[in-house]
Design a protein around this ligand. Structure first.
Ligand SMILES: NC(=O)c1ccc[n+]([C@@H]2O[C@H](COP(=O)([O-])OP(=O)(O)OC[C@H]3O[C@@H](n4cnc5c(N)ncnc54)[C@H](OP(=O)(O)O)[C@@H]3O)[C@@H](O)[C@H]2O)c1
Length: 326
């Protein structure tokens, strides 16, 4: 069995979940972790059995044993961290959203393609077995012509103006944190929208705490999407075609099941239970891509990541949400 040697950049909540998921992927070997603080790196390394513990991101990237870097920092650092990892000759899996804005995404994608290294936005939803099955059903035409996509992702976050969810300097706001999931789902099913209509409620830190979005498409389809940091919403997704619809229950962005409901009254339950949190499917997908010597994921290509970032920019411009330096 060939082993893939990962380095974890940042030690927050998702980095910890990554470690738990890596447990289900025997060929994933996390050889090193890097933190802004040596004490935090030591604590993380001890908790998860990571042998090499670095007190800076640069030290992690300088380790020749690390092949793939998992960028798990706030959105505002994704571009800088991914560029540094590429410069150090590493493959990169970078958490969503890929960057803060499309200009940064273009810069990173340019560097990625020049480097010949594998780079992927961590849109893990695309890697779940039930999502792959949904894509197969869509491609087989089982839904007929898709007319409507409906998806929401809203949760109640305790207000903390310094946290990455609310602080503009860390890329705060519902759209970039959770709205990117429904936007990416609409892209997966319908591609890039023709027109983008939206409204948002901005909070006291100036970021979007609630946003509602309508995409329209050349073929007349619509996507109805929303995201929230202040209220829990149903967190379901629906893909509605002329012959059938697919409903993905909560939590649709990391699903284990979906219902295919046909207009003839029959229903098929697509059931793909999994252990743990589900990040293991994304880790395995990265390994599969590397085995095939791919530099991009066919499930989350960089051009689509860039197109999504452009739409996120358009939405924020509609609401007047700008991050420091923009
Ligand atoms: N796929 C998913 O389900 C999922 C879920 C949650 C989050 N995410 C994404 O993952 C990224 C991290 O989210 P998270 O929830 O893990 O965040 P978090 O708990 O705040 O952790 C972020 C980590 O980044 C590092 N960091 C570097 N500069 C920082 C700064 N100025 N302020 C705060 N932290 C800083 C810190 O690690 P050190 O102190 O060790 O340097 C920190 O622990 C986000 O982009 C988010 O969108 C993805």
């Amino acid at each position: 069995m060939s082993v893939f040697k990962w380095g974890i950049l940042g030690t927050g909540k998702i980095a910890r979940r990554f470690m738990q998921a890596a447990f289900y992927v025997p060929e994933a070997q996390v050889v090193a972790v890097g933190s802004r603080s040596q004490a935090t790196a030591n604590q993380f390394g001890a908790q998860f059995g990571v042998p090499k513990r670095y007190g800076s991101y640069d030290a992690l990237l300088a380790d020749p044993e690390v092949e793939i870097v998992y960028v798990a920092t706030p959105h505002s650092l994704h571009a800088e961290n991914t560029l540094a990892a590429l410069q150090a000759g590493k493959h990169v899996l970078c958490e969503k959203p890929f960057t803060l804005n499309a200009a940064q995404a273009e810069q990173v994608i340019h560097a990625a393609r020049a480097s010949g290294k594998f780079v992927m936005e961590g849109m893990w939803t695309r890697c779940f077995p039930v999502v792959r099955e949904i894509v197969r059903r869509l491609q087989a035409g089982e839904l007929g012509e898709v007319r409507v996509v409906i998806a929401d992702f809203g949760f109640r976050a305790p207000f903390d103006p310094a946290s990455r969810l609310f602080a503009p300097e860390l890329g705060g706001g519902a759209l970039l944190d959770v709205g990117v999931y429904p936007v990416a789902l609409a892209f997966m099913v319908l591609g890039a929208p023709k027109q983008t209509l939206s409204t948002a409620t901005l909070g006291s830190t100036g970021v979007d705490e609630l946003c509602s979005i309508v995409f329209t498409y050349e073929n007349g389809a619509h996507a109805l999407l929303s995201a929230s940091l202040r209220a829990d919403t149903p967190k379901q997704a629906h893909i509605c075609g002329t012959n059938a619809r697919i409903t993905i229950p909560e939590p649709w962005w990391k699903p284990s099941e979906a219902y295919l409901i046909r207009t003839d009254g029959t229903t098929e339950h697509l059931l793909y239970p999994y252990e743990g949190d589900g990040l293991q499917f994304e880790i395995r997908h990265v390994h599969d891509c590397l085995r095939q010597r791919l530099t991009e994921s066919p499930w989350m290509p960089l051009d689509e990541t860039l197109a999504i970032m452009r739409v996120l920019d358009t939405l924020r411009a509609q609401w007047g949400v700008r991050y420091p330096g923009e």
